[in-house]
Write a protein that binds this ligand. Structure first.
Ligand code: HEM
Length: 622
């Protein structure tokens, strides 16, 4: 062992002497590198070198006196550090390979990752071009998100102006094909309905929302729509009318106080409270007065429900990496979401349990009860009877060709409690904001167009004289100018100004290729503001909706409630709420614009189209 060490040391010394300067200095630098490397990459290497060196020194001390020993000693004293270096270097040659490999691997991985990310950040953005659809240039990862920085309303109008009635955009990696051409819209919503049955879902909808008919798909959607269509029949709505009237009375009491104060009031806030009271009463079977009792748990939870929004950085992440972020967001704990869902679900479950104990004739005649009554329906209406909008809007009646009647699809299983909760949620997500905003826009337009308001007031007074207690039918027939005012309000400011359909299979729509899975967005805002379809689109003119004007209008140019079998299911209820409320208010007050009224109106459109800063007007008692 000793002999082997001496031999190794000698070899080391001779090798060392034979080295030229550059080589030595190279080795020295290698040593330093090795030391540094060792410090970083493990103590074993430096410990080994230290141990070998100590052995060499001890060996030389033992052999002192002999020439061999002196040689060694000399060698050690002279080249000790270099020997150290050499030993290091010899080991380092291996390590360097490792280090070089490590570095190379790190660099290679970084380059590959950068290349992959660069590819990923734009890889989704070639589809529209391949389809020949014009669109703004997308930015890596986020697509055209910044195009909509002013909201989707302005973005949609701008998109139409720049790229025409068939165009597109990307939100993150998701492609949208935007259509605002009436014939194409008809193809998608009606003619090819079998291929465009579903709306786009993000996958982030919480459970009750995902269970609502708004998000249901294919067969289950058809079954549930069949059940719910009967719940929104005129007869059923007539039964629900007293509940809406009660909420209306609370609103009137509050407006009276506003009028008495003589101050301008934000009527949008009052309408929001009214809409909450209607949802509580009609959908959740519970009575509240949101205006008087804003801390009521139902009111508080509704406020929280509407306040939920995704922080912008998270939104960008979700849009950029949907396949990772969406499943992650679904499984990550979310206290707020769980609390909200828990509250509303428990409320409905309690109501159902309570009603199960009541005698049939004692039960409240609300939406919840009607869904409970219909949930076991053996069969119901078929797809050809789903389009309630066609019947509700006389203008739409001519738009759809009669299709051969389809067999009603029987429920393969009754509605579960979760699904019933989902349908109650519908009122929150599909009805609440939209009704609030429709009433707000109508009030603004009447206040700023006093000649229209005067004509409406005359109609209201006449109607009130004839109908002391209006019912659903008389409201439909007796207020034609109010109908025109509401229709023109929804043309100018359609709260649901964009809705989608998803292509189930590859298809062609009027010569345009549409791949399976593509999302088509119907741009109602752009359609309603198209000067070729609606001359002077910025002008409020209810005359556009006289019976004659409607007869002459090109079909599929007016879509505030959508069209076809998947159009708004609550159209009758929505119009009933808006009409009844305006009728009750205008029979007692007039709307006056004042210095606080914002003209022109600023809009917000992150979800539904809404006034940005409320609607401030004065209420003048009549
Ligand atoms: C003025 C009031 C309202 C307007 C302007 C409106 C508008 C719309 C629009 C544009 C759609 C999309 C239609 C489509 O995709 O073709 C829709 C869908 C829907 N709306 Fe309304 N809506 C209103 C009130 C209501 C109310 C009060 C309810 C009831 C709670 C309601 C329930 C629904 C449902 C359930 C859907 C989805 C239907 C389905 O997917 O089968 N809406 N609404």
């Amino acid at each position: 062992m000793q002999a082997r060490t001496q031999e190794a040391s000698l070899q080391a010394c001779s090798c060392l002497r034979s080295l030229t300067w550059p080589s030595r200095s190279f080795l020295g630098s290698l040593t330093r590198q090795t030391e540094q490397f060792s410090q970083f990459h493990g103590e074993a290497t430096s410990f080994e070198m230290h141990y070998s060196n100590q052995q060499l020194l001890q060996q030389s001390q033992r052999n002192q006196g002999s020439s061999w020993g002196r040689d060694i000693n000399h060698a050690l004293s002279f080249e000790e550090r270099h020997l150290w270096g050499l030993r290091g270097a010899m080991e380092v040659l291996g390590l360097l390979r490792l280090e070089a490999n490590g570095l190379t691997v790190t660099v290679a991985l970084s380059v590959a990752l950068a290349a992959l990310l660069t590819w990923y950040s734009t890889s989704a953005f070639s589809v529209l071009e391949k389809l020949g659809i014009r669109h703004p240039k997308p930015s890596p990862f986020i697509g055209n998100l910044t195009f909509f920085r002013q909201g989707f309303w302005d973005g949609q109008l701008e998109l139409r102006k720049l790229y025409g009635p068939l165009c597109g955009y990307y939100l993150g990696r998701r492609m949208y094909i935007v259509i605002s051409e009436p014939d194409m819209i008809k193809q998608v919503l009606v003619e090819n309905f079998h291929n465009f049955t579903n709306r786009m879902v993000s996958g982030l909808e919480p459970q009750p929302v995902a269970n609502s008919i708004l998000c249901l798909r294919d067969k289950r959607w058809e079954e549930v729509r069949g059940v719910l269509t009967s719940v929104f029949s005129p007869e059923k709505l007539n039964e629900m009318m007293p509940l809406i009237s009660q909420a209306c009375d609370l609103l009137l009491a509050h407006l009276r106080r506003c009028a008495e104060s003589g101050d301008a009031c934000d009527i949008q806030r009052c309408y929001r409270a009214f809409a909450t009271d209607v949802v509580a009463s009609v959908a959740f079977g519970t009575q509240v007065d949101s205006q008087k009792d804003p801390e009521d748990p139902f009111v508080l939870h509704c406020r929280r429900f509407f306040a939920v929004s995704i922080p912008r950085p998270l939104l960008v992440l979700i849009l950029s990496f949907p396949s990772i972020m969406v499943p992650l967001a679904r499984i990550l704990p979310n206290k707020n979401r769980d609390e909200l869902n828990g509250f509303f679900t428990k409320l409905i479950r309690n109501r159902i349990a309570f009603r199960d104990q009541q005698a049939a004739e004692e039960r409240r005649r609300d939406f919840l009860q009607m869904v409970l009554d219909a949930r076991h329906s053996p069969s119901c209406v078929g797809v050809d009877s789903f389009d309630l909008v066609r019947d509700a809007l006389s203008s739409a009646a001519r738009t759809t060709d009669p299709s051969p009647p389809r067999q009603p699809r029987a429920l393969c299983r009754p509605l579960t409690v979760d699904e019933i909760v989902g349908q109650a949620f519908l009122f929150l997500i599909a009805g609440h904001e939209i009704v609030t905003n429709t009433l707000s826009f109508a009030t603004y337009l009447l206040a700023t167009n006093p000649h229209c308001q005067e004509r409406l007031l005359r109609e209201v007074d006449l109607f009130q004289k004839r109908q002391a207690a209006p019912d659903y039918r008389s409201l439909q027939e007796g207020l034609p100018y109010l109908d025109m005012v509401i229709a023109e309000t929804l043309r100018m400011y359609p709260p649901a100004f964009r809705f989608t359909r998803e292509a189930a299979r590859d298809c062609e729509v009027l010569g345009q290729q549409v791949p399976a899975g593509a999302v088509l967005e119907v741009a109602v805002g752009a359609l309603h503001r198209d000067p070729e379809l609606w001359p002077c689109p910025e002008t409020f003119d209810p005359e556009r909706f006289t019976a004659e004007a409607q007869q002459q209008r090109r079909p599929f140019t007016y879509l505030p409630f959508g069209a076809g079998p998947r159009s708004c299911l609550g159209v009758r209820l929505g119009l009933l709420e808006v009409k009844l409320t305006l009728l009750q208010i205008l029979s007692r007050f007039r709307f006056d614009a004042c210095s606080q009224t914002q003209v022109p109106l600023q809009l917000e459109s992150t979800s539904a189209l809404a006034p940005k800063n409320g609607i401030y007007i004065k209420l003048i008692p009549r």
